[in-house]
Design a protein around this ligand. Structure first.
Ligand SMILES: Cc1cc2nc3c(=O)[nH]c(=O)nc-3n(C[C@H](O)[C@H](O)[C@H](O)COP(=O)(O)O)c2cc1C
Length: 403
């Protein structure tokens, strides 16, 4: 998350029944390359032992003001200065209230006052405590000062009530932390991304589709979110349930016609960037039927007709306008040199601002990709085989540079 070295995360744990989940959160961040140090409130120790965190993080836990971990250092200031981000999960009503009013009676509260790093809070509490106007006011006060809140989930609560108050998933807290640490070069931008295959029905049980997994578009959506964008993903049927931030809007479609409709309706909301990464079927059966075709009456051939070219249509609608910045994807077979030539042709024909080309053998259903990024001037950049998350980062670097 932090360029060049592991991100340093201070994890604040407070006296919530969800405190035990903080151990999983510490592990989640560490597995993704972060160094985690924990600061606990006194109440948190009633729910989970500091030893658990010390064993997981292999770092001392800051518990009181009066314990020296590094001779000469003031524990809470040293931690506040060390942090790239301070994540409070779970954040109790009490901690949120005291932080809103600037109390510094515990090491955690003092870290929150002293740190210059971004702060992310994940509240967990009884639904009535969460919805209480005072708690909401405290949250608004902190949010206005730049604290990022990860909304609790709705469901059965440990206290017996049902409602909003369950600690958000570790992945959600991680996404929000990444966003807080990410560049802000897409802040406030509306980014529409299409991804995945489409399915073209033959009858109610059979369809024509392709091998696209949607992973590249999902990686692009996460990257746009990390950089501060408001992201809308229009996706076809994916082979996996994508782990996307909750605040990314997801529109699920099946056929190319539905994808076209969803993308065009997004155009009316004036997006800043449109990325067409979906593998939209070029053809569909001319006459799908509503009853299953029996084996005995199976046709020996199926007549196909062309689907609309959504990228071409968006490019035509865009015309000379600089917005949306239009990015197309093209998948080809052949050599890398043939790919660049074909992608350049498509960029011009479809009026895209940037075109990303990949070879089927490098991309379909893989966690890595190898692409060329071609822009209008004819310049192109080759991105050698890398994780799709890294490829997404480089594609957005190119978009920000050209857009
Ligand atoms: C069994 C039990 C469960 C609790 N769960 C929560 C909770 O989920 N969220 C919360 O805000 N407070 C909860 N509390 C109340 C806090 O522990 C209490 O407000 C405490 O002062 C919080 O201190 P801290 O913010 O310094 O950690 C709970 C208390 C008990 C006894």
């Amino acid at each position: 998350m932090t360029k060049g070295r592991a991100s340093r995360i201070v994890l604040g744990v407070t006296g919530s029944i969800a405190a035990y989940k903080a151990a999983e959160i510490a592990r989640y961040f560490m597995k993704r390359g972060c160094v985690v140090r924990v600061v606990m409130s006194e109440a948190a120790e009633k729910f989970i032992s500091p030893l658990t965190f010390e064993s997981i993080t292999q770092q001392p836990v800051l518990r009181t003001f009066w314990e020296e971990t590094q001779p000469g250092a003031i524990g809470h200031i040293a931690l506040a200065d060390w942090a790239d981000a301070v994540v409070v999960a779970p954040a109790s009503a009490d901690c949120i209230a005291k932080a809103a009013f600037g109390f510094a009676e515990s090491p955690l509260l003092a870290v929150l006052l002293a740190t210059k790093a971004p702060v992310i809070m994940a509240p967990a509490m009884n639904v009535n405590m969460y919805e209480h106007p005072q708690t909401q006011e405290n949250i608004s006060t902190l949010a206005a000062r730049g604290v990022a809140f990860v909304e609790p989930d709705t469901g059965d609560l440990a206290c017996g009530w049902k409602g909003r108050g369950r600690l958000a998933e570790a992945s959600e807290i991680f996404f929000e932390t990444k966003r807080s640490l990410g560049p802000k070069d897409l802040l406030g931008k509306r980014v529409v991304i299409s991804t995945g295959p489409t399915r073209e029905a033959i009858d109610p049980v059979r369809f024509i589709s392709n091998r696209s997994s949607g992973k590249m578009g999902v990686a692009l959506a996460k990257e746009a979110y990390r950089r501060g964008a408001q992201v809308i993903v229009v996706h076809g049927p994916l082979s996996m349930t994508p782990r996307l931030p909750r605040r990314v809007s997801k529109i699920s479609v099946t056929s190319a016609a539905q994808m076209r409709e969803a993308v065009l309706s997004q155009l009316s909301l004036s997006p800043d960037i449109v990325i067409m990464a979906a593998a939209v079927a070029d053809y569909r059966p001319a006459a799908p039927v509503s009853e299953k075709i029996k084996k005995s009456t199976s046709p020996s051939s199926i007549e196909l007709i062309s689907n609309a070219d959504i990228l071409l249509e968006v490019g035509e609608k865009k015309g000379e306008s600089p917005r949306p910045f239009l990015v197309g994807f093209a998948v080809e077979t052949g050599t890398p040199e043939e790919l660049v030539a074909e992608v350049t042709r498509k960029l011009i024909r479809k009026n895209a601002d940037l075109m990303v080309g990949n070879l089927a053998q490098d991309s379909f259903d893989k966690d890595t990709n190898r692409v060329c990024v071609v822009c209008r001037s004819g310049e192109y950049e080759s991105i050698e085989t890398a994780k799709k998350s890294e490829v997404a980062r480089r594609i957005f670097d190119a978009i920000v540079k050209k857009g």
